[in-house]
Write a protein that binds this ligand. Sequence first.
Ligand code: ADP
Length: 538
Amino acid sequence: MDLVSTYSLLPLASSIVVVVLGFFVWLKRPRDMLAILFFLYCFTIALWLFGTFHLFNAAADEDAIFWDRIIYIGVNFIPIFLYHFGLIYCGITRQRAMLVAGYLCAFIFLPLTQSTLFVDGLFRYAWGVHTRAQFFHQPFLVYFFTFFIAFFVNLRMHYRSASAERKKQVKPMLVGFLILDCIGPLAFLPAYGISVYPVIFLSAIPFVLLLAYAIIRHNALDMKTISAEVFITFIAIIFSAEVFFARTTTEFLLRMIALAALISFSVLLVRGVKNEVRRREEIQQLAKDLQEANARLTELDHVKSEFLSIAAHQLRTPLSVIKGYTSMMQEGDYGSVPKEMQPILDNVYNSNEHLIHLVDDFLDISRIESGRTKYDFKPLDISVIVSNVVNELSERAKAKGLRVEVKTCEALPAVVADAEKIRHVIYNFVDNAIKYSTAGSIIVACAFTKDEVQCTVTDTGIGMDETDRENLFQKFYRGRNVQGIEVNGTGLGLFVCKKFIEAHQGRIWVESAGAGKGSVFGFSLLRTATLQQGTQSL
Ligand code: ADP
């Protein structure tokens, strides 16, 4: 087989691939206009390529002219199908007149392409023969290029106004067509006596592939399945041809068996690919659903936080009023309180305090979550805060039979921090230590290294297991260690502490040797932290 006829096989093979590709894409969406146009376009390209294969191999001049006219049946429709495809792909509805004009041209040129006024006579080149263009070939070129360029212009305009995501889809097409628009039309030159290497006919293939890419992306068709189907059908067609060229019966049978095996294997392969694709699509759908659910949950969480914040704000003022009046009554500002009323007032006061504490936690959380927590960073001595907190809580500890010991070292270096927030953390640690211990002692200690200042609260209380240690700092987490014991709580305190310490670029931790073996809660602040004044969102 010489070089030229080897070339001629390429258009033949390509025409098969193109038709098969067009067919499978159309099969996926039989009612989709884009897929229908794509199939028609593939068909016209295949005619072009198939005719070219025969043209190269034409034995007589008449054969060459005959096949060239077949080629023009296809080529005649290429620009209008491409243009129509572009209109739908870009969602353009305002060019109806042009579209109708295009189809009119195509149907007017169709009979003309078959006449001697279109092509007649032959040019002979080193690579083969080509027909000569006649009078009507030139107006045909005007029609051809008008719609070819119009397609490109529409694509370009669409690209300009497209979203970033869509741009990503359109860009490869645009660049591809720009290059092909320069190369493809060179295939007309041999009709005017200019020799162009025959491989130029193959520029039709990238055209088809680009459109296939567009349609697959546009309609979310699956590339993998289509490629597998096209590839396998192509091989099967080639293989089938082999069967008919068998010289002996044995050879024929053997090839038939091989073909049967190939087809069975192909069916399995395509099925496998389809299954894999389906599974991938299911996973993608699940991921999308999860994302949506997550977005809805975040939204709900936000609404909940808003509600909490409003409710807490509304509660805070009356609670402060109750606190004020109760304490004035306890102190006898409204006259002496009968003895039997004293414990009742104490009870009202304590319950109110408990509520205030709870509301404050809610307010802290809502501020943290909406990034409205304000920080006032100044140099401060943590041991002073420790002493104040211990003084405040020692009565309660004593009432429970607990000893509170403070171990601050001298010359504790100052750290830059928000005094109110650090007080909140230490208060919470000591308060919890009292809450969750029934006997023994509580040690509040401060220490420092060359980088950090630390504060720890050690108790001899209920301790905890590993699960609790890992989860204590989460919002609303109440430990397994408090199940079954009557201690009120919300599981918010440590969460707030963690957020406050994180805003100081510090560390917070808990240690415990196990249930019933006491716990150590601690935090540390960097001595050289660079903290910015103001509101911080976490
Ligand atoms: P609350 O005390 O309101 O439940 P916290 O966030 O302060 O909320 O604490 C969360 C959980 O951590 C508590 O429910 C408890 O299980 C555990 N916990 C906190 N402090 C101690 C402690 N000193 N000893 C043992 N467990 C503790």
